[in-house]
Write a protein that binds this ligand. Sequence first.
Ligand code: HOZ
Length: 424
Amino acid sequence: MRNDYIFEQSKKYMPGGVNSPVRAFKDVEVNPPVIKKGVGAKIYDEDGKEYIDFVGAWGPMILGHCDEAVVKAIKETSENAIAFGATTELELKLAKHICTTLDNIEMIRMVNSGTEATMSAVKLARGYTGRDKIIKFSGCYHGHFEGFLVSAGSGLMTEGIPGSAGVPLESIKNTLIADYNDLQSVKNIFEKFENDIAAIIVEPVAGNMGVIPAKFEFLKGLRDLCDEYKSLLIFDEVMSGFRVAYKGAQSLYGIKPDLTTFAKIMGGGLPSGAYGGRKEIMEKLSPLGPVYQAGTMSGNPIVMAAGLATLEKLYNNPDLYKHLEALGQKLEEGLKEIAKANNIPLVVNRCGAMLTAFFTKEDKVENYEDAKKCDTGMFNKFFTHLLKNGIYIAPSQFEAIFLSVKHSSEDIDKFLEVARAFTK
Ligand code: HOZ
């Protein structure tokens, strides 16, 4: 079988056979399929098997695979512009599009990944406030920057690792951990470190301990605390930006962060990231200000073109979000109904086109501690059954199922039919 052969060969040359740990399927019982091709909502592996894809490259592929407009933009741009490390009109077009269509972004800086966006936003917050400490939440994941690898979600949570080796204590001594959806835990930290906190960084809809939407009062409380203590509020919308709504989770909650980080969808599936917010803060970045952050590939023309094609399509077709919502609702309700009919304890959390079905006896999943109580053994069996039957979701209880505009109602029917068969 080509899948297994390629994966075995890959292990010889790349640690674990992968370039990002979550792809190794280490915590489930099967080898990862080796993906060869993607069209719309479907992907195909090297053995020729077809899957309905609910991973979507871990979020970016909201328009589905190889969307015509995105492919056209990439092809046309690459005829003339691959990389210059210089100013281009394309980066202006994407920056202007984002700043004019979103409410809380006056200026933006392009980078190359979500990790780069979040670590740079924190550095900027530190430079702006002249303070060192940051607050992050258990189970939130903001990429692999050293200062964030404490009580982190995503791959660390899947593997049950509290933190990463290779991170000096020095690097995390300024990272203070609070509990998601628990405002009191944040107040306690502010009372202790009053004037030392540069920023709170939070996923307003957490997607890295499974999907857990923040409660409104929690986010509102974070905003109020930041105002009171003159700290900055950073929304990490790497996953939720342009997904739960075009204008992101902040538009659903009506709460204004000082800085926002993006990646995934904003680059149309190419390596991308960005952080932006109030002009007065962004102007602290070099070359205007003293906070240094740079990158040869930042604002790369092909990435900008793919991002622009993606965002313009989403912005100009608000009905796409109605389609995503209808699909999400159908999948959520269908899974709940199957679980109920078969006495399987299940909580489904959803925000628009991202959801997680948690195998848990708890009534709700609102934070890291709740998520950790899930029956991961049951999840793994469910996952293996889905994969065998052509439904591709992330190989972890603590990740999101992502929908794309190319999914159809029939694709959801198929997911539910396979899920129903799991219970028999
Ligand atoms: N940010 C992604 C979802 N948790 C993970 C992707 C990766 O680590 O490769």
